[in-house]
Ligand binder design. Structure first.
Ligand SMILES: [Zn+2]
Length: 326
């Protein structure tokens, strides 16, 4: 059907008509909000690299989550900043670790009102800032797997609904699934950072989480962003290993990967709209170069339209506010 029989503008005439035929939506139930729980501070501390984001003290994390839940944020991805770091990241799997204590505090106060996911990696807990156990200057894949499994079990025992391994070690999903099941934690879901690319867009996060590697980079385990076929292979392997949700990270420059994965696989796809993507919008909005609200809506809609069922985003906090105002 073509003009003059078909006039596309007919369905764009009023807000109601546009809403009626809208193909993509962004609602709070699609979003996960990352939160930094910091054991080293007593008062909430702003993150200069990520305007509008904070590090939250362990002692008041339940109050902060309560406040966010009341505004409409439903799901959280918890990162911890510990008092002590060491070579083997022992703070990451201690029952008295910052994430474990935060989970207990939040569950104690909010029960099941908040969906709690946790990041499972070593880099915030190793004194060298690396994602794994170092042997002769390189990350040892298989000895890191044991630690990742310990972290996942300790998070699940402390109340995590979802554990999200982000270390990009080969076999991490399989190892974690097996150890969770052996520990009777069959209901804990795994959201795998399946296609986590080496990216410049992570820089603000590393400032926030104090997880800069002290030497070397992350190219030996994170994916090369030139390789879409490899991304599909990583995702397929994680599904076969037992991932319940697979994630692509970052999101904005990776919409092609998200779309291709959503066409190829039938598990829920998550996309991580990372700190650098967030910071670009915030800084441009502060300088009045972009309108923040409409820009964020467009970005999150694009990620959803590409095929992500779940979007992990620092914008979730503002989105909740904006949706309430509407
Ligand atoms: Zn890491």
């Amino acid at each position: 059907m073509s003009f003059p029989l078909y006039r596309a503008r007919r369905l764009r005439r009023t807000p109601q008509l546009r809403a009626l035929v809208r193909e993509t939506s962004v609602r709070m139930n699609h979003l996960i909000y990352p939160i930094f729980v910091d054991e080293t501070i007593d008062e909430i501390a702003s993150i200069p690299e990520m305007p509008g984001q904070n590090r939250v003290p362990l002692g008041t994390v339940d109050e902060e989550i309560r406040h966010l839940v009341n505004t409409g944020v439903r799901a959280f991805l918890i990162f911890g900043i510990p008092n002590n770091k060491d070579e083997v990241a022992s703070g990451a799997y201690s029952t008295q670790g910052v994430v474990q204590l935060a989970l207990k505090r939040i569950r104690g106060s909010l029960g099941n009102e908040a969906l709690l996911a946790t990041d499972v990696c070593l880099c915030e807990y190793t004194d060298n800032g690396h994602c794994g156990i170092m042997q002769d200057g390189v990350i040892s894949n298989d000895s890191t797997l044991e630690i990742l499994a310990k972290i996942a079990v300790s998070h699940a025992n402390a109340g995590a609904d979802i554990v999200a391994p982000s270390a990009m070690m080969d076999g991490q999903v399989k190892t974690i699934r097996e150890v969770l099941d052996q520990s009777g934690l069959t209901e804990t879901a795994i959201m795998a950072y399946s296609a986590k690319h080496t990216s410049s867009f992570y820089a603000p996060f590393r400032g926030a989480a104090q997880s800069f590697p002290h030497f070397g980079g992350r190219e030996s385990h994170q994916m090369d962003f030139h390789n879409p076929n490899e991304a599909m292979r990583e995702i397929r392997m994680d599904i076969e290993e037992g991932a319940d949700i697979v994630m692509i990270k970052p999101a904005l420059g990776y919409l092609d990967i998200i779309h291709r994965a959503s066409q190829m696989f039938d598990v829920p796809i998550a996309a991580y709209n990372v700190s650098g993507e967030y910071a670009m919008v915030k800084v441009a909005a502060e300088r009045k170069i972009l309108d923040e609200r409409s820009t964020v809506h467009e970005i999150l809609s694009a990620i959803r339209r590409a095929g992500a069922g779940v979007v992990i985003t620092y914008h979730a906090r503002d989105m909740a506010q904006w949706l309430n105002e509407r």
